[in-house]
Design a protein around this ligand. Sequence first.
Ligand code: 13P
Length: 253
Amino acid sequence: MRNIVAGNWKSNKLMNEAREFTDAFLPALDELNGTTEVYIAPPAPYLAALTPSASGRLQWASQQCSAHGAGAYTGEFTAEMVRSAGAQGVLIGHSERREGFGESEEAVRAKVQHALKAGLRVFLCCGESLEQREAGQPERVIFAQLESALDGVSDTSDLVIAYEPIWAIGTGRTASSEQAQDMHQSIRGWLAERFGAPVAAGIPILYGGSCKPSNAEELFSQPDVNGGLIGGASLNVEDFLELVRIADAVSAS
Ligand code: 13P
């Protein structure tokens, strides 16, 4: 399976800064010649302007989409709109949306359904809080999130799981490579029970949470870690390129 490195810009960068990033990033990415799939999820208003500037390797994603189809939903944008703006993927269920914007399990499930139907690659985010980890069995929290979000899903060819422990997001506190591998292995096990082992073996599971050039090699080398979903370090061209280089090197070794 090819590694994936995906950048989540969150609410950062103005349009001119996004263009400056891509102007520097795209030619440098084209020179790398690796196999890692690369995605960037910029603020949604920039998608249609940025998606024509593709390279062989860079694909674009939205940071979310509506739980509804087209209609009278002021301010919402549907999965089909994301696709028609030229994006190939969408992040769904990020903890910042679940916690900060009241995104319910039902909404996450509806978004997954809409996004898969629209032909988008779905980066389904899951993760436990520090409290939940310290209470023991954080796997149970993750399994419940997956169970709910993937209810009714049978075709996983466009599915990517992103494990993002909430206590590691933007805190500088990364999960150790053992903690990440343990959880990724558990997630793979859950996927195997749900979809069968051969299918589960082909579903990429990304790690997210303070992942940066200094810790990426160890994380990406774990057998069940297939790359990363990157926040802060995706805002800087050199850091993000270095993460792609590391993912390329790990899969070539
Ligand atoms: P940081 O890499 O800034 O911790 O963010 C991770 C994340 O939330 C990516 O979706």
